[in-house]
Design a protein around this ligand. Structure first.
Ligand code: SAM
Length: 277
């Protein structure tokens, strides 16, 4: 019988955040697949767990994924961890989950530390609807294209960013979304120097130009203000139909065009058009 794949989240800074269930899963798995075995070894030593480790990271995942799959198919249970946080979220793991799912392997995700959720909840921004945008490209052109595609996005947007790229990213965001757009910069979450700076894009550019950023960041950017929808009335429809008919357009076509232009139901416009001589 095939084994299973467990996704085991690990602390994003505070070792106390490892849960009892994560610990038990690491203890009971046949082997652990880790992004960086040295990082995971430190955690295992802290927890007093001895376990066989297999490296699984960005540049060996195509080959190692199949090795791990074969072991699971042969009946072993694998616990997948990344360096920090939830595996498969902007981390190697996404491909392994796909591979296991495609091969009928049960995948079990244990809930736990995740930088995007920790940042969103502490951000002070609207949390009801959000989109996670992961890392932006390091290349200026594709970074700008990614941001430009988000111009009309009204949901709160969450980005991961490395400190050495932060200023460029903030400058691009300010150019695309405007200086006044609110942003919460969530830094070093769950660590000694945890900090949340709630400000605007323009002010963030000034702040980090003067004080180069350090540590790990999640950026939580407010969505674009929702466009106020203009609602038209039957009177507006009657006026527009009259105008179009005066231009020589038939009543039928004027109704059709007005309904489209004013985003009103055709029967409402048709009734309104009956008042037009
Ligand atoms: N899978 C992990 C998760 O979802 O928690 C994220 C892994 S991703 C490779 C690493 C990025 O997560 C960092 O560049 C940073 O943007 C964010 N991050 C991780 N730990 C953080 C922390 N303690 N404080 C702020 N951001 C953090």
């Amino acid at each position: 019988m095939a084994g299973m794949l467990y996704l085991v989240p690990t602390p994003i800074g505070n070792l106390g955040d490892i849960s009892i269930r994560c610990r038990q899963t690491l203890e009971s798995a046949d082997f652990i697949a880790a992004e960086d075995t040295r990082v995971t070894l430190k955690l295992l030593n802290h927890l007093g767990i001895k376990k066989s480790l297999v490296s699984y990271y960005e540049h060996n995942k195509a080959f190692k994924g199949n090795v791990i799959l074969d072991r699971i198919l042969a009946g072993e249970t694998c616990a997948l961890v990344s360096d920090a946080g939830s595996p498969a979220i902007s981390d190697p793991g996404e491909e392994l989950v796909k591979l296991c799912a495609e091969n009928g392997i049960t995948v079990c995700a244990i809930p736990g530390p995740c930088a995007v959720i920790t940042a969103l909840s502490i951000s002070g921004q609207t949390t009801g609807r959000f989109c996670f945008e992961g890392f932006l490209s390091t290349a200026k052109k594709s970074r700008r294209e990614h941001l430009e595609a988000l111009i009309g996005e009204t949901r709160t947007m969450v980005f991961y960013e490395a400190p050495h790229k932060l200023l460029n990213t903030l400058e691009d965001m300010a150019a695309v979304f405007g200086n006044d757009r609110p942003i919460s910069l969530c830094r070093e979450l769950t660590k000694l120097h945890e900090e949340v700076v709630r400000t605007t894009l323009g002010e963030a550019v000034t702040k980090y130009t003067e004080n180069p950023p350090k540590g790990e960041f999640v950026l939580v950017v407010a969505g674009a203000p929702a466009q106020e929808k203009v609602s038209f009335t039957a009177d507006d429809a009657a006026k527009r139909v009259a105008q179009l008919m005066a231009e020589g357009i038939s009543r039928k076509d004027a109704v059709k065009q007005t309904a489209k232009e004013l985003d009103l139901p055709k029967n409402v416009v048709y009734d309104a058009a009956l008042t037009v001589e």
